[in-house]
Design a protein around this ligand. Structure first.
Ligand SMILES: NC(=O)c1ccc[n+]([C@@H]2O[C@H](COP(=O)([O-])OP(=O)(O)OC[C@H]3O[C@@H](n4cnc5c(N)ncnc54)[C@H](O)[C@@H]3O)[C@@H](O)[C@H]2O)c1
Length: 476
């Protein structure tokens, strides 16, 4: 591809070909061991939800639009949350305050665990033992002993689906970027930087605002370490998972700095987190989470808060996920191509004559990522072809933006039901969720203990007789 600022027709076609691999990626999960299929009388998976708070209700809003699942039961310890869940999903699901009663229902095939993090493990293990398929929100587990415990239990229940709520894995944009990384379109990808910055001073989020009652109020669970992994569990978890996926590995070690600088209202989780992850292949993820500013330099500052920059020797991707209001965006920047021998010789001659001059390289213009529905096929009519080319051209100029046909949350939900039926392993399966949870625990440990923490330390943590974690260092 020529390194010019103007995009040629040939460039666009080539780019679409390279990026249009998502459909192939989707089929790569074929071949996993078959597991039990749902025996619902109709074709829908009958599900219950445990925890109908903020995330539970959000998922119910999406679940109400999804055909292959049907809500038959809801549970929350709080009546107002239960009422909200019921109103959101509609119909007449049974309601419960005690999740064990929901799990005892024979007509419930699958459950969503959308409770605070500290309750994921007890509910997920009880659900597996009750014979249910489980969709558990991220982070899957909270403590090292739960890593060992859930792995062992899941191995005894191989016929039940266990999916983690890491929706980026279900985004066509992210799948396309993963394919680009795997196929070497970006050259050697050695560095990823991710941020999730929020302005909790000017724009406080209800989830992160202290409510009366401190740690005795369940609504404050995110703010206390006895219930939560703080910013790392709630935010980093999504992006370290993207990094693990792109690098095909868990990190080797993590180091970081965390402090509580501004939100000093009695909480004990950090409001400033800076992390460096080193991968066994020499790659690196840096992650930043702050609470006083939401600016992002990605997409020419066209979006705020969160996103990832994936940096390869031949190109860079700016990437962020879509949700109900904003759609996903992925921009591709090219790196200068390798110097040819002729260019090297010319440079040598120039340097010898004029002395060395350093000029910053010109910036490459971003190219929006396009999906394979824009690939030209032999069956396309002349008009189809011209329309596709026109759309690509408009996307490339930023006049139109290509959108995912579905929100990845819808895809993760319908895919869960599909897997309950077809027995295939979910993209965000137990091990994806486990790796993610381990990263959360070890990142907090690295910051608390001011040291580099190796990922293999998890093997010895949480076993009978293991030393309890050190108390967090006082900072900030
Ligand atoms: N994937 C994502 O993008 C995403 C986004 C937000 C939250 N989450 C995750 O979803 C989970 C829930 O977060 P949230 O924001 O909805 O919290 P929340 O506090 O708004 O809701 C949790 C609900 O669980 C209920 N609950 C607590 N213990 C219970 C129990 N024993 N039985 C039944 N119900 C119980 C609470 O009453 C509350 O209504 C967390 O793990 C969070 O990390 C994921």
């Amino acid at each position: 591809m020529s390194f010019t600022d103007d995009l040629t027709r040939r460039d666009v076609v080539k780019m679409a070909g390279a990026a249009g691999l998502a459909a192939a990626a989707v089929s790569q999960i074929d071949g996993f061991p078959a597991i039990q299929t749902v025996k619902a009388a109709n074709d829908q998976v009958q599900f219950g939800m445990i925890g109908t708070g903020s995330r539970g209700s959000y998922l119910l809003k999406h679940l109400a639009q999804i055909d292959n699942g049907r809500c038959v039961a809801l549970c929350d310890v709080k009546q107002d949350a239960l009422d909200k869940g019921l109103k959101t999903i509609g119909g007449s699901p049974k309601t419960f305050k005690d999740y064990r009663e929901l799990l005892a229902q024979k007509d419930v095939d699958a459950v969503f665990v959308t409770t605070p993090l500290f309750m994921h493990y007890p509910i997920t293990t009880d659900a597996l033992q009750a014979g249910k398929h489980v969709f558990c929100e991220k982070a899957l587990v909270f403590k090292p002993e739960e890593v060992h415990g859930l792995r062992a239990l899941a191995a005894q229940h191989p016929k039940q689906v266990l999916q983690t709520g890491l929706q980026r894995r279900y985004s066509k944009f992210y799948q396309t970027v993963k394919d680009m990384v795997d196929k070497g379109v970006l050259g050697q990808v050695k560095y990823i930087h991710a941020q999730w910055h929020r302005n909790m001073i000017n724009k406080p989020s209800s989830l992160w605002t202290m409510k009366p009652g401190g740690d005795t109020n369940l609504a404050n669970w995110r703010l206390y370490r006895k219930y939560s992994g703080g910013l790392v569990a709630e935010l980093t978890s999504h992006q370290v998972d993207v990094s693990d996926w792109m690098f095909n590995s868990s990190p080797e070690w993590v180091m970081g700095y965390g402090s509580l600088n501004d939100l000093k209202d009695g909480r004990d989780v950090y409001d400033n987190v800076q992390l460096i992850y080193h991968y066994p292949g020499g790659q690196q993820l840096t992650w930043s989470g702050i609470s006083t500013n939401q600016h992002s330099a990605l997409f020419n500052a066209g979006r705020s808060e969160m996103g990832e920059i994936i940096m390869g020797t031949d190109g860079t991707i700016h990437l962020t996920v879509g949700e109900d209001i904003h759609h996903a965006v992925a921009w591709w920047y090219r790196e200068p191509p390798k110097e040819t021998q002729v260019e090297k010789d010319a440079k040598k001659k120039e340097t010898a004559v004029a002395g060395a001059t350093m000029v910053a390289g010109g910036a490459s213009r971003p190219i929006p990522l396009l999906f394979d529905d824009l690939n030209i096929t032999k069956n396309d009519s002349f008009l189809d072809r011209e329309m596709k080319f026109a759309r690509r051209w408009l996307y490339s100029k930023g006049v139109m933006v290509q959108e995912e046909d579905t929100n990845p949350v819808d895809t993760e939900l319908s895919s869960f039901f599909q897997n309950c039926r077809d027995g295939k392993r979910p993209r965000a399966d137990l091990e994806v969720g486990m790796a993610d949870s381990i990263a959360v625990m070890l990142s907090n440990k690295a910051m608390d203990e001011n040291r580099r923490v190796y990922f293999n330390e998890i093997d010895k943590m949480g076993l009978p007789g293991a030393k309890p974690a050190a108390a967090p260092a006082k900072k900030g």
